[in-house]
Write a protein that binds this ligand. Structure first.
Ligand SMILES: [Zn+2]
Length: 309
């Protein structure tokens, strides 16, 4: 493991990242650590003194991915995770893209709710089809905002999504905004969190005006409720671990924390949501046998690598 102090140093704006120290540490870093490092350097891309560091990161990424360094190119967010920038297709990612992601540490920058409104539909099975986002109620013409800072990858009309915008963020996450009445951005536009990207409506396969909002990592949809507190639309944590499961990604807090039991939760369901096993839940919570879960009860969740106590 990389000494966390090295990474922490660059979190604070006053402390300049120590390039030579980081270059020396790179060969020992695994991919999640390199991603975390890149995240922490997000604001330093124009710093010429850090060029050798970025060159070294590129070599390390190529090594970790077993690809030629020339293949790690492109001036777009999270190019180290995607290697491509497709502005013509809504989703252009092969399934194989995320298969190697056993565990990805994700830093989540400042978040702004895309719109404020009632959540009218959650993520999951609905009318025998998978609903891969959440629906937020709005009035036609309401401003829809970018949830995080990023660059517009896709902005066009596309099938059932109607007028849809996809924004790629530096950590590799993509956010999708569908059924827009009007789009006010184009591919390549840089957006700050909260920047207007269009106006809400009901285009495409939609009944009633609402925003269909999706979160994806390498093309794989993630339940927004796992990253965002609903219905308030606030971030749960500023750092989470994506853990690959058979269905896609589970989301675990990056530090040890608790899950508040909801009605209908079972140990199996909680384990699936956090990408762990029911046996792990049992040991983290010192359950002799699996207890009946009560709504509101706290269940301890331990992040990989976190101190058990
Ligand atoms: Zn929807």
């Amino acid at each position: 493991m990389l000494a966390p102090a090295l990474l922490r140093g660059s979190d604070t704006l006053e402390v300049k990242p120590n390039a030579s120290q980081l270059i020396a540490a790179l060969p020992e870093m695994n991919e999640p650590e390199v991603v975390l490092l890149l995240d922490s350097l997000m604001d330093c891309h124009s710093d010429t003194a850090l060029r050798p560091l970025f060159a070294a990161i590129k070599l390390r990424v190529a090594e970790l991915r077993s690809i030629k360094p020339e293949a790690v190119t492109g001036d777009f967010p999270a190019h180290h995770l995607y290697g491509s920038w497709d502005t013509r297709h809504l989703f252009a990612y092969p399934d194989s893209l995320y298969k190697a992601d056993a565990q990805v540490l994700l830093s989540l920058g400042p978040f702004v709710a895309p719109v404020h409104g009632r959540i009218t539909s959650g993520y999951g099975w609905r009318d025998s089809a998978m609903h891969r986002g959440i629906d937020i109620d709005l009035h036609r013409g309401d401003t829809v905002r970018a949830a995080f800072a990023g660059r517009v990858r896709f902005a066009a009309r596309c099938g059932g999504y109607g007028n849809v915008v996809v924004v790629r963020h530096a950590n590799g996450l993509e956010t999708l905004y569908a059924h827009l009445w009007k789009i006010s951005v184009k591919p390549g536009d840089e957006l700050q969190a909260g920047a207007a990207l269009g106006r809400g409506g009901s285009t495409g396969h939609s009944t009633g005006t609402h925003l269909h909002f999706e979160l994806r990592f390498r093309g794989v949809a993630i339940n927004p409720a796992w990253l965002l507190q609903l219905p308030e639309l606030r971030l749960h944590e500023s750092q989470v671990l994506l853990i690959r499961t058979r269905e896609g990604f589970a989301v675990r807090p990056a530090n040890c924390t608790h899950h508040t039991v909801q009605r209908g939760d079972s140990p199996y369901r909680i384990a699936r949501r956090y990408g762990c096993t029911t046996a792990q839940l049992k040991s983290w919570n010192n359950w002799e046998k699996q207890p009946p879960l009560k709504a509101g009860q706290q269940v301890r969740i331990v992040a990989p690598g976190a101190q058990q106590q």
